[in-house]
Design a protein around this ligand. Structure first.
Ligand SMILES: [Zn+2]
Ligand SMILES: [Zn+2]
Length: 238
């Protein structure tokens, strides 16, 4: 039994809360109390998702509108939410994808101007990273969101990451991050006329989502939104 198979089995065996280690009546994942205590994002820029005192469009987006029609963020990338993302990505705790996916579907459903999305595209991993991890966390989350909201999930390979980019978390500054992802993606499926929602686990500056959005628009997508589980809260915070 390899690590991947064991992780899948973990998700099927009724277990303990991944955060407080208390019993979860639902069996595995995260208990009700810990779900309720996740750090919700609160008000954020409708275009880029950056934290704001009140909902609206941030100064950066007014100066230079992103290629995103809307960004929906469920949680702040902090505290227990950050811990969950790390459990999913680095310790292969797949039940976390359901918790994060449900939080994201809830945020999309609760936000105004919802609806109309025709295709969900998870941010692709480069093949080398996919082979290392065994799964794409964004796709696992997107699967849950797709089922909850009844929006089609793009088949694997619709969009590829053709360059192995440095991890965005290790780079300083918006310009550096933007250069790092320039030309990183290639669309292979037919997205013409689609109203796409990009799904990812974490948004830092938004450079990755914006680059993917530009690539999808060039390939003929009618509109692109970003739906992300967690975002680094404030402008300029990384
Ligand atoms: Zn708990
Ligand atoms: Zn903004």
């Amino acid at each position: 039994v390899n690590r991947w198979t064991r992780s899948v089995l973990d998700g099927l065996v009724p277990g303990l809360c991944l955060l407080c280690h208390g019993e979860t009546p639902e069996g595995g994942g995260v208990c009700q109390a810990c779900r309720a205590g996740l750090p919700h994002m609160g008000a954020s820029c409708v275009l880029c998702g950056a934290g704001m005192p009140a909902a609206g469009v941030c100064g950066q987006c007014l100066l230079s509108p992103p290629p995103l029609a809307r960004t929906v963020v469920a949680l702040q990338y902090a505290g227990t939410a950050r811990h969950l993302v790390q459990l999913l990505k680095f310790r292969q705790r797949l039940p976390v994808a359901r918790v994060l996916g449900e939080a994201l579907a809830g945020a999309v459903g609760a936000s105004p101007e919802g609806g109309g999305t025709t295709l969900i595209v998870p941010v692709p991993l480069h093949r080398a990273r996919l082979e290392g991890r065994g799964f794409n966390q964004a796709r696992e989350i997107a699967r849950v969101v797709s089922a909850r909201l009844g929006v089609a999930l793009a088949v694997p390979g619709t969009c590829e990451r053709q360059r192995a980019t440095a991890a965005q978390s290790g780079l300083e500054g918006v310009a550096t991050r933007r250069r790092n992802v320039a030309g990183a993606f290639r669309v292979r499926g037919d997205v013409r006329g689609e109203r796409v929602a990009i799904v990812d686990d974490v948004m830092t500056t938004g450079a990755t989502a914006q680059e993917l959005a530009r690539t999808l628009r060039t390939a003929g997508a009618r509109e692109v939104q970003a739906w992300v589980c967690c975002r680094v809260a404030g402008p300029g915070s990384g």
